[in-house]
Unconditional design. Structure first.
Length: 322
């Protein structure tokens, strides 16, 4: 497994890392679907052990994935492994608890303690602000940062991260947060990382990068032959592409084109992942891996591409960018 230097953290993490959003199972936030259906707890547990054996030892989770289910599962598996064998990341910022917003200082402190308890660790390697919605004028940010500064000094986490679906928001709040790692939405049908200026800031500040949703929930693999519906609780129910036969057909065409360009095992996955890894030497991608077969596929895809090939793959998907 190829390792990358994770920016100024100086940690070495696997170029393809493990995203465990789907390990939380189906879930709702009010009436909005925010989880993943179709999971098998035994297979998900096996996937964590298989990832460790494959050298995929950067695991990313969050307090709200399955209301703590993902963290608890990781905690069970970590009891069987050396603690320093896994670079562990989790997040805060979605669950407001009894407060009016999720970044209330007491809620941030409470969620951090809950994550430490579920994960069964004394220290988290990387702790993210899960999104950049800090209220009007970012009025909720300073209080959260004060709590996190004290927690960091107390040794409860090592590095601070900042995540959001919109790279422009990360750019806006990056000076105040001063994260060690950023986690932007990133795949070959979005140019937000570069167009927002985030790529330049990453290079300037020597930040680590963890791209999430590199396959747009599996859509970019071009594996869907017909529109697909998902049950309540599954985030994929929110994505209109799953119901768009024309888009699905274009994705199958692009799949075939990538497969013709990339040599070796798992050519489509390697092309999609490699195009992102070529973006930044301090970047990894977070791939959901729900069973050992998916772990094996991810391990085979963990390498950047030649720049010319990466550019060709980006060009292939230009017709799907809005």
């Amino acid at each position: 497994m190829e390792q990358i230097r994770f920016g100024r953290t100086e940690a070495k993490v696997s170029a393809v890392s493990l995203g465990t959003w789907s390990h939380g199972g189906p879930n709702l936030a009010g009436t909005r679907s925010v989880g993943w259906s179709g999971g098998d707890p035994a297979a998900e547990r096996a996937s964590l052990l298989a990832a460790y054996e494959a050298g995929i030892t950067h695991w990313d989770t969050a307090d709200v994935y399955g209301d703590g289910r993902s963290e608890a599962l990781i905690g069970e598996v970590l009891r069987e492994l050396p603690r320093d064998a896994v670079f562990l990341a989790t997040k805060t910022g979605w669950d407001p608890g009894p407060y009016e917003h999720a970044y209330h200082p007491r809620q941030v402190a409470s969620q951090l303690e809950g994550s430490l308890r579920r994960l069964g660790v004394e220290q988290i390697d990387l702790y993210y602000l899960h999104h950049c919605d800090f209220g009007p004028g970012a009025r909720h940010l300073d209080g959260a940062l004060e709590v996190l500064a004290r927690a960091r000094e107390a040794g409860k986490f090592r590095h601070l991260g900042l995540s959001d679906w919109d790279a422009r928001k990360i750019v806006e709040h990056l000076p105040r947060v001063d994260p060690d790692v950023v986690q932007p939405y990133g795949n070959v049908v979005t140019d937000g990382y570069r167009q927002s200026g985030l790529a330049a800031l990453v290079a300037e500040r020597d930040l680590g990068v963890a791209f999430f949703s590199p396959l747009r929930h599996g859509l970019l693999l071009g594996k869907y032959d017909a529109p697909r519906r998902f049950d309540a609780g599954d985030y994929r129910a929110n994505d209109p592409w799953f119901a768009d036969a024309d888009v699905l057909a274009r994705l199958r065409d692009h799949r075939d084109a990538v497969a013709a360009l990339v040599d070796g095992p798992e050519p489509v996955l390697r092309g999609l992942v490699g195009a992102l890894l070529t973006e930044s030497p301090s970047a990894c991608v977070l791939l959901g891996q729900r069973n050992p077969a998916q772990v094996a596929a991810a391990a085979a895809a963990a390498a950047p591409l030649e720049p010319q090939l990466a550019r060709r793959i980006w060009e292939l998907y230009a017709d799907l960018r809005s």
